[in-house]
Write a protein that binds this ligand. Structure first.
Ligand code: NDP
Length: 240
């Protein structure tokens, strides 16, 4: 079994599903979060998975946080799942500078912050698995989500470029683009909006976190060593 797997935003929603799936498969998991202290405590008690608080939008905090993970769990980071993300929706002509900055910082700059810290070690050890959680809306765009769609499209370009740079060092870098998945993020949608979205999903329902976690398990496995730079859609057929 490999070294440590870090899951950012790993204590709630899709990230919690990923953390649990990796843990159950025998990986040594560190679940990061930012402000959701109570949820993190409950998650750690229920799962036995170690949790670590830092803001992925801040480079120095990532350096410090990753160092703490390595010290507490003992070992290098072999697997990184960049999952933390937020939405701050609104029509572009009304979008504030803050709504733009915070979404780009948390969804895209975080991927730089985390990868920049772990990549040198992965290159030295000649092994790594990086999975970046993008979104269907980074591929197709979405009204009210110029900031979010731009951040998630950026994640895909980042993934493909880093995959090319890292392939010779036996590091794979892939993205997963989930469609609509039932979590706190989508629970804020009205029932009417959910019904409208569901009518456009050929499978006829929102996805569940375990369906994204299954894709992560597949891509981190040694058997997936020839898959890099790809974007795996997990969207019930909503966008092809
Ligand atoms: P949730 O809102 O349920 O959970 C978000 C997680 O990200 C929380 O654990 C949160 O931590 C963490 N987080 C937010 N900001 C930061 C930060 N600055 N530093 C560290 N952690 C942070 O979201 P989902 O589970 O729904 O989404 C997970 C990922 O999947 C996101 O990147 C999202 O964009 C993407 N996605 C989701 C879809 C969906 O339908 N749900 C569809 C497509 C993509 P805390 O508890 O501390 O707030």
């Amino acid at each position: 079994m490999r070294g440590i797997a870090i899951v950012t935003g790993g204590t709630r929603g899709i990230g919690a599903g990923i953390s649990k799936a990796l843990h159950n498969a025998g990986y040594k998991v560190a679940a990061n979060y930012n402000k959701g202290e109570a949820a993190a405590r409950k998650f750690q008690e229920e799962t036995g998975i170690e949790t670590f608080a830092w803001d992925v939008a801040d480079y120095q905090s990532c350096e410090k946080g990753i160092a703490e993970v390595c010290e507490r769990l003992g070992g290098p980071v072999d697997i990184l799942i960049n999952n933390a993300g937020i939405t701050k929706d609104g029509m572009f002509h009304k979008m504030t500078y803050e709504a733009w900055q915070s979404v780009i910082n948390i969804n895209l700059n975080s991927v730089f912050n985390m990868c920049r810290v772990v990549i040198p070690g992965m290159r030295d050890r000649r092994f790594g698995r990086i999975i970046n959680i993008s979104s269907i809306n980074g591929l197709k765009g979405q009204i009210g989500q110029v900031n979010y769609s731009a951040s998630k499209a950026g994640v895909i370009g980042f993934t493909k470029a880093l995959a090319q740079e890292s392939a010779a060092k036996n590091i794979t870098v892939n993205a997963i683009a989930p469609g609509y998945i039932s979590t706190d993020m989508t629970d804020v949608l009205s029932e009417e909006t959910k019904a409208h979205i569901t009518s456009g999903i050929p499978i006829g329902r929102f996805g569940v976190v375990d369906e994204v976690a299954a894709a992560v398990l597949f891509l981190v496995d040694d058997k997936a060593s020839f898959i890099t730079g790809t974007v795996l859609n997990v969207n019930g057929g909503q966008y092809m």
